[in-house]
Write a protein that binds this ligand. Sequence first.
Ligand code: GAF
Length: 381
Amino acid sequence: MDTALISKLKNSFQVEFQLEPLLIFSPGRINLIGEHVDYNDGFVFPAAVNKGIVLAIQKTDDLLCTAIASDFEESFQFNLNELEAIHGGGWRNYLIGVIKELQKLGKDVQPFHVLFGGNVPAGAGMSSSAALENAIVFGLNELFQFELTKKEMALISQQAEHNYVGVKCGIMDQFASMFGEADKFLLLDCRSLTYEPYKIDLNDYDLVLINTNVQHNLSDSTYNKRRALCERAALHFGEKALRDVSKEHLYQKQHDFTKEEFDMILYIVEEIERTKSAAKAINENNIERLGQLLYESHHGLSKQYQVSCDELDFLIDFAKASNVVIGARMMGGGFGGCTLNLIKKTAVSSFIESVSNAYQEQFGYNCTPINIKLSKGTHTI
Ligand code: GAF
């Protein structure tokens, strides 16, 4: 926990509002494997991390609420009864979305002030948005005693993102951020929303994230298009989701789809299988097999599902060509963000140095390693 960040934000809140805040930490997440399968009712393998959003919140007698995004040095005043999504509103829409979703459920949100900041690298694909949504819903739940369960809160966060941000995301990010456990991954069944915590012994390997430091602006619309294709395809098979479609069945109907659509659907069907295989490999303590599955996952994301980019592919190719990275893949929605790498412990610093030099030479700017620890989900501090 970043105690300096917490005291800075707490102090700013006190100075700004002359109130004693309730403090919430809500983590970002990583995902070992199972990418883009949450909205296909598949299995995913995320974990909450020690980087996220710190939020200070308290009730007020003022009629207008004030929200301050400390990292952007921006503030927003609003009346709880007159909220609508704001075009280009950025972080404001996460706040508006959560309040509106609570109001739809008949929850009586009363005036409050809120201030937040964070330490998730922006655009790294570590879900600062889910962390923020969860922090807000968790804070309001505590403040006004709505008695919502964690599952209800994660679903409210997801609805906020769908209806007020416009990203038809799956449930992985909000779920992982809400339910995370220290030192554990969660093998989550996105249909039943049940999960198994996994403490993974990576033997001689370390898990290292490398941020490309690129954010391509394609992501929201291409994300929604991918999701729509998956839903159409499931319907075509007469199934609820692509989770229910077998590879055999898919090949039988191959000619009902364009080559590009077929490849994308095949990726989903294979990635759901790969995530189950990853759980099996971990149970058998077969980290080399887990590594292979990560490389296969990246290949699918890049060549079949087409959500990678040159910078991510470069990092993966470089990792593959080394003899110290046994598995790597892009992580999250794609088109930028970071890669997740299983690197031989003894070679982490030399690998980082060589990949950083090669990346700088190729693209003219830096990639950066990100240190994380697997952490507890959204909670009061
Ligand atoms: C984004 C979404 F928000 C998640 O729901 C998930 O689909 C992910 O992309 C890809 O696995 O983070």
